[in-house]
Design a binder for this molecule. Sequence first.
Ligand SMILES: NC(=O)c1ccc[n+]([C@@H]2O[C@H](COP(=O)([O-])OP(=O)(O)OC[C@H]3O[C@@H](n4cnc5c(N)ncnc54)[C@H](O)[C@@H]3O)[C@@H](O)[C@H]2O)c1
Ligand SMILES: O=C(O)C[C@H](O)C(=O)O
Length: 332
Amino acid sequence: MLRQPVNVTVTGAGGQIGYALLFRIAAGALLGPMTPIRLTLLEIPQGLKAAQGTALELEDCAFSLLRGVSVTDDPAVAFDGVNIALLVGSRPRGPGMERADLLEANGRIFGPQGAAINAGAADDVRVLVVGNPANTNALIAAAHAPDVPSDRFTAMTRLDHNRAVGQLANHLDVAVGAIHGLTVWGNHSASQYPDVFHATAEGRAVRDLVDEQWLAETFIPRVARRGSEIIAVRGGSSVGSAANAAIDHVGDWVTGRGVDWTSAGVVSDGSYDVPLGLVCSFPVRSVDGNWRIVSGLQLNEFSRNRIEASVAELVEERDAVRALGLLPLGRR
Ligand SMILES: NC(=O)c1ccc[n+]([C@@H]2O[C@H](COP(=O)([O-])OP(=O)(O)OC[C@H]3O[C@@H](n4cnc5c(N)ncnc54)[C@H](O)[C@@H]3O)[C@@H](O)[C@H]2O)c1
Ligand SMILES: O=C(O)C[C@H](O)C(=O)O
């Protein structure tokens, strides 16, 4: 028995990640083979034709789960009744740039979209911000949606998580499915901290299988700067792996399928001394369609120092967008 269609809005639908996302979503990768999808594609005027072309191709796929595709440049239309919003639309960085260099240009996108979600989204709306810098853009969007519970706004650090799992599995010569309990903490930036101290590989404690020198000099830098490595090698930022991570994040969040512990950028409730309101990557589990921070983890000095450094960067970014006037009065 098919369920009621779920309204999914993807911004930046005319862009690269949008193109890598939409066909997988329409084919059922996001919510499974029993959940029909109604797609809304939001673009800016100069991206509308690309999005309309994608809409035509989606129609040409005759997906059994696809219950309609609409294209618009009006956020009020795009987020009217939305259940799941993937906020991808924004500029990617190029060679030599850090993600924070996008702060002002992209930050201006997410306030109006947060306000539009606040005005028209369905009561069960869930939002994933992919556009960089993702953590602080999610903070901006959430700040403009005071009537939406803040735990419905998230930032994508699942790509970092997947990268860390892949690198660790390669190093230990195990299947990625044998890795559990890994966490990426902090900001989706070079300051992120992939933490293996609570992880297991084939049931064995990873901290007994690796040394701090390999962690500090090889593993952490490789994961934390993988985005730049991809840009250097392919000439542009990640696309397919980013779309895949967005599907993993939303699919695990909404359906709770199979994931026992992953990483997601969520609004801090003060856990692990992360300042309230920051959108920080934490260890999370999906419980009844909600991300729940894994609590009670003991953090050694190696970990705490790295987490504090990344959280400090998140504070800097929040202060920067506050100074730019990108946070509404009263939510600063
Ligand atoms: N968080 C992550 O792990 C992660 C991974 C990869 C990429 N990203 C980020 O995702 C974003 C998109 O990357 P991409 O490769 O698809 O870029 P892209 O340039 O190919 O596509 C971006 C699209 O967004 C559209 N757009 C711009 N402003 C918009 C707005 N206000 N509303 C709707 N659409 C808008 C553009 O017209 C364009 O079509 C970038 O910011 C990139 O840095 C994040
Ligand atoms: O690195 C980028 O700018 C794109 C994305 O954030 C990534 O991690 O691949």
